[in-house]
Design a binder for this molecule. Structure first.
Ligand code: PLP
Length: 407
């Protein structure tokens, strides 16, 4: 199917609203993406016509909801190119996915003094769970720097591997700099040493096709709300051999087969790692969102965003008073910037907001990266496949205005 951005935009009702009496220019996709009408309708339909709890009833609606919910496992597997859908755990998003690995896998196999390698450009979701393990169980964290362009050299990760390393946890795409990490090279070097790799795919999966079979990682986390799905949905791929090394960390209904006073028999994976009533409707909406993105075409999405990337880069680089953070060769259309002089990121974003332009300002849940860059905050404009060149122009105009007003 050809890619027609105006046709795509017609699928997203919110993109046609006004904000502050100006047409909305939504450039905060790194925080969360907008939802196409098919997803909103699927959520409404699920509650209106097809709602019941899953996995437990023998009645019609429960079976229907279970079938719809369970089908999402296959949809995620297809989206990520995973052959066996039983390697997909459905959850509430990346944060839960990484905590599942921290408590279910790392705590079960790691000993005090063992090490985890992280890059400095991780999101807090891929930092704080490991800091918990450091505080509580004596696990050590080894930090790897990025280079001057904001790129993470896979060799720097590989060079950091030592005799005590038990896990590498890296992002596939920085949520601040847009830098894409060559996770395949990291995984191949790590697997030669029997070392697992966790990839945080929260951003990458929204911008480019992800092929987990090709990447060869052990854990890959995604979050539904950045993929046109509802918040509170997501999934993590866990290699089946790693699943065998895990213990469930959340106990409750659904993850068990039998419970007696003195005995508990767990369900098989992946159910073993999905305790309690899940986000039923969120997950169903997530499946519809992934189907929608696949129908647009993941290669089409990447190609359109690459055009936006080049266009936005030349527009932003021409503003000599704007400092763009990072300029990795392999990158997506996520731009963080600061402005010469005293202009604070919050002031810039407030001025842009008055023009209907939504960007994010702050630390972007990436404290160690901010420390590394030596800044307190930045503005971030993050694009999605429904954005246009005209919206890049609107951003550049808005930044001129901010420069004029803030000096
Ligand atoms: N990792 C990255 C790179 C992110 O950008 C985000 C969200 O901003 C997360 C993890 C956390 O995702 P969630 O809050 O949906 O669990």
């Amino acid at each position: 199917m050809g890619f027609d951005v105006e046709k795509i935009r017609a699928d997203f009702p919110i993109l046609h609203r006004q904000v502050n009496n100006k047409p909305l220019v939504y450039l905060d996709n790194g925080a969360s993406s907008q939802k196409p009408k098919v997803v909103v309708d699927a959520i409404s339909n699920a509650y209106t016509n097809e709602y019941a709890n899953v996995h437990r009833g023998l009645h019609y609606l429960s079976n229907l909801a279970t079938d719809k919910y369970e089908a999402v496992r296959g949809t995620v597997a297809k989206f990520l190119n995973v052959a066996d859908e039983n390697q997909i755990i459905l959850n509430s998003g990346t944060t839960e996915g990484i905590n599942t690995v921290a408590y279910g896998w790392a705590m079960n196999v790691m000993q005090p003094g063992d090490e985890i390698i992280l890059s400095v450009m991780e999101h807090h979701a891929n930092i704080v769970p490991w800091q918990f393990l450091r505080e509580r169980y004596g696990i050590k964290l080894t930090w790897v720097d990025i280079d001057d362009r904001g790129a993470l050299d896979p060799q720097a990760i590989i060079d950091a591997i030592g005799p005590k390393t038990r896990l590498i946890a890296v992002t596939h795409m920085s949520n601040v700099l847009g830098s894409i990490v060559d996770v395949k090279s990291i995984c191949s070097a790590a697997s030669n040493r029997g070392l697992p790799v966790l990839v945080d795919g929260s951003q990458a999966a929204a911008h480019m096709p992800v092929n987990i079979t090709d990447i060869g990682c052990d854990f890959y986390a995604i979050t539904g709300h950045k993929l046109c799905g509802p918040s509170g949905s997501g999934a993590i791929f866990i290699d089946k051999d790693r699943m065998l090394e895990m213990r469930p960390f959340m106990g409750g209904g659904d993850m068990i087969r039998e419970v007696h006073k003195d005995i508990v028999i767990y369900n098989d994976p992946p159910m073993m790692f999905e305790a309690g009533t899940p986000g039923i409707v969120q997950t169903i909406g997530f499946g519809v969102a992934l189907d929608y993105m696949m129908s647009v075409g993941l290669h089409n999405i990447a190609a359109h965003e690459n055009k936006l990337l080049s266009y936005a880069l030349s527009g932003l680089q021409a503003l000599e008073w704007l400092t763009l953070q990072g300029n990795a060769t392999d990158r997506g259309a996520i731009f963080s910037f600061t402005m010469e002089g005293a202009a604070h990121a919050h002031d810039i974003s407030t001025i842009l907001d008055k023009k209907g332009i939504a960007v994010r300002a702050g630390q972007h849940c990436a404290g160690p990266l901010m420390d590394h860059l030596g800044i307190n905050a930045s503005c971030r404009a993050s694009f999605a496949f429904y954005n246009t060149k005209q919206e890049v122009d609107a951003l550049v105009d808005g930044l001129h205005l901010a420069k004029d007003l803030l000096g």
